[in-house]
Design a protein around this ligand. Structure first.
Ligand code: ADP
Ligand code: MG
Length: 321
């Protein structure tokens, strides 16, 4: 379109990230030319962040750059894939160079951590919207799928749950972001994609999914794809102290149906459990057993007193409510 589109591409996107040997041609022609490694499967995913829907107007652009890439890397992690290439479609209300510089700083720092090269994209004018596509590689025998869960598998989750949702709820209730626990806000603004954990689990775990829409909703996806039910022991859910305090006050929704955790939820055959726990401990990944998959359909929450309650997949759904 306008001259400034080409200026922006040259100044912000052309050489934003490190060059990979498997990129024959990056930004600059009509297509990128990419050389996938022989014998590996290409894993591809795309996610859009829209202002007002996925982030607040006035959100810090550097955090947005990080998050736009992080949510995509999290999808690769959930399949056990190694990240390689990214494309960025960005729609901007105006050519704000300070904003773009900060956005690309966040994007580029995370890309460098994972050896990802930005190989192309699109730049247009309009309401602020950010779409990132990523591609990565996975060995055919190490792919993690939602559909590979079996009744009797143990359910495990990485990290802690509900932090991002609690931070968002507090901000929406009027708390100044500065007044909140910085660790909590970081979970909302700068999620850590569990890429190394996903790659470690390939070939060891059965089903896997990344938690973007809330524990119950995403577990519901695994159950549907694997044709099983599940039981979650509430007592065992890994919680930060801030989220544990909210749960004590009755606010379980952040943990069960909040979104934006970007942790991995995965199932492991009982015979593999010790090996998985040991491999995770060796590699420094915090993971916790929180329940199991069951033949009986539906999701049941087991309370501390042993009583159990059937729940629906209450996670966030963009087209509901
Ligand atoms: P075309 O008009 O042929 O689609 P464009 O003018 O949109 O090409 O883009 C020129 C080059 O810049 C292409 O290689 C494209 O992939 C790249 N590009 C455009 N916008 C971005 C962006 N936001 N991030 C990365 N690369 C981009
Ligand atoms: Mg174009």
């Amino acid at each position: 379109m306008s001259l400034s589109e080409f200026d922006l591409i040259r100044d912000f996107f052309s050489a934003a990230t490190a060059e990979r040997g498997d990129v024959l041609l990056g930004v600059g022609d009509d297509c990128a030319l990419l050389q996938p490694p022989p014998g590996r499967i290409l894993a591809a995913s795309m996610d859009t962040l829209v202002e007002g829907r996925h982030f607040l107007p006035q959100a810090d652009p550097e955090g947005l750059g990080h998050k736009a890439l992080a949510v995509n890397l999290s999808d690769l992690a959930a399949m056990g894939a190694e990240p390689a290439w990214a494309m960025l479609a960005i729609t901007l209300p105006q050519a704000d160079r300070d904003w773009l510089g900060a956005f690309m700083r966040g994007f580029t720092m995370l890309a460098a951590e994972h050896g990802v090269q930005l190989v192309g994209g699109d730049t247009t004018r309009g309401p602020l919207s950010l779409t990132v596509q990523v591609q990565g590689f996975v060995d055919p025998d190490r792919i993690l799928r939602r559909s590979a869960g079996r009744a009797g598998d143990r359910l495990l989750v990485s990290g802690t749950l509900g932090d991002a949702a609690l931070a968002l709820a507090r901000i929406q209730a009027g708390a100044a972001p500065g007044a909140l626990d910085p660790g909590l806000c970081r979970r909302l603004d700068r999620p850590t994609p569990r890429v190394d954990l996903g790659r470690l689990l390939g070939g060891l775990a059965n089903a896997a999914i990344d938690l973007s829409d809330g524990l119950l909703a995403d577990l519901g996806h695994v159950c549907a794809a694997s044709a099983v039910g599940a039981e979650i022991e509430l007592e065992r859910l890994p919680l930060s102290s801030a989220v544990a305090a909210a749960c004590d006050a009755g606010e379980w929704q952040h943990v069960l149906s909040g979104g934006d955790d970007y942790e991995l939820l995965f199932s492991v055959a009982p015979a593999q459990l010790d090996e998985v726990l040991e491999a995770c401990a060796m590699a420094g990944h915090a993971v916790k057993e929180i329940g199991r998959l069951a033949a009986e359909p539906g999701i049941r929450l087991i309370q501390a007193d042993g009583s159990s309650r059937e729940v629906s997949a209450l996670g966030f759904d963009h087209f509901r409510g």
